[in-house]
Write a protein that binds this ligand. Structure first.
Ligand code: ATP
Length: 209
């Protein structure tokens, strides 16, 4: 670790909507990796996903801000919700974002959940992603079912890409945006899995109906 350099975290996602699992992962990332700054970056059109109906990019940015704005990290500027990818034309590739924020003055850390971690080697210009950033895994499931695959993939990434991999040792909140969109659409309860201010924003703007 180079103590002179800024430790800059990148947390990208569709965040449609942002949920408590994302919020917990972001704070665990800040603390575990002792980040100087964390950029939460809603993606424009995720390369690996079909576009999500129900909320615009501006809505997803606003919901992300609402999810964090009461926290000290946001108030102090240590956690920033960035519109970098949503203001770009076309698809947002993680490697472009890393290239944009990379500099000799900082060390980049990229946070991913289990699903993203297991497919990282198939991302556009994967080798460059591993070169530019340390990969930080926050598991999103509580059972051990993915352990063998995670071990296998970690070994493969180290071997093939010289990857620098860290794992956050905190229990996740098991939830997905897909499940929450279904519940919101069916007007079912969301059991505190979305921050209050985000729930209000969804209601006021009639999202995901
Ligand atoms: P969807 O259900 O629409 O695919 P999602 O819940 O997976 O959405 P994304 O916005 O796609 O949410 O996720 C952004 C990042 O956050 C990804 O790296 C994903 O693995 C991670 N992530 C998602 N949910 C959790 C969770 N509950 N705990 C930890 N990480 C999570």
């Amino acid at each position: 670790m180079d103590t002179e350099k800024e430790r800059l975290g990148i947390y990208g996602g569709t965040f449609s909507p942002i949920h408590s699992g994302h919020v917990k992962a972001a704070y665990a990332f800040l603390d575990t990796m002792a980040l100087d700054r964390l950029l939460v970056i809603p993606t424009a059109i995720p390369p690996h996903k079909a576009p999500v109906e129900g909320a615009s990019a501006a809505d997803r940015i606003e919901m992300a801000r609402l999810a964090f704005c009461d926290g000290e990290a946001y108030k102090s500027g240590r956690l920033v919700v960035s519109d970098y990818e949503t203001t770009l034309e076309g698809k947002s590739y993680t490697v472009y974002t890393l290239e944009h924020f990379a500099s000799p003055e900082c060390e980049l850390y990229l946070l991913v959940g289990t699903d993203m971690f297991l497919t990282l080697d198939r991302w556009y210009r994967a080798e460059e992603i591993f070169r530019l950033a340390d990969i930080v895994l926050m598991r999103r499931e509580r059972d051990a079912v993915n352990f063998p695959l995670i071990r296998q993939k970690s070994a493969e990434y180290r071997e093939r890409f010289n990857a620098r991999i860290h794992e956050i040792d905190e229990p996740p909140i098991v939830v997905s945006s897909t499940e929450l969109r279904k519940r919101l659409c069916g007007r079912c309860g969301i059991d505190g899995l979305i921050p209050e201010a985000v729930v209000r924003y969804i209601e006021e703007n009639d999202l995901y109906r």
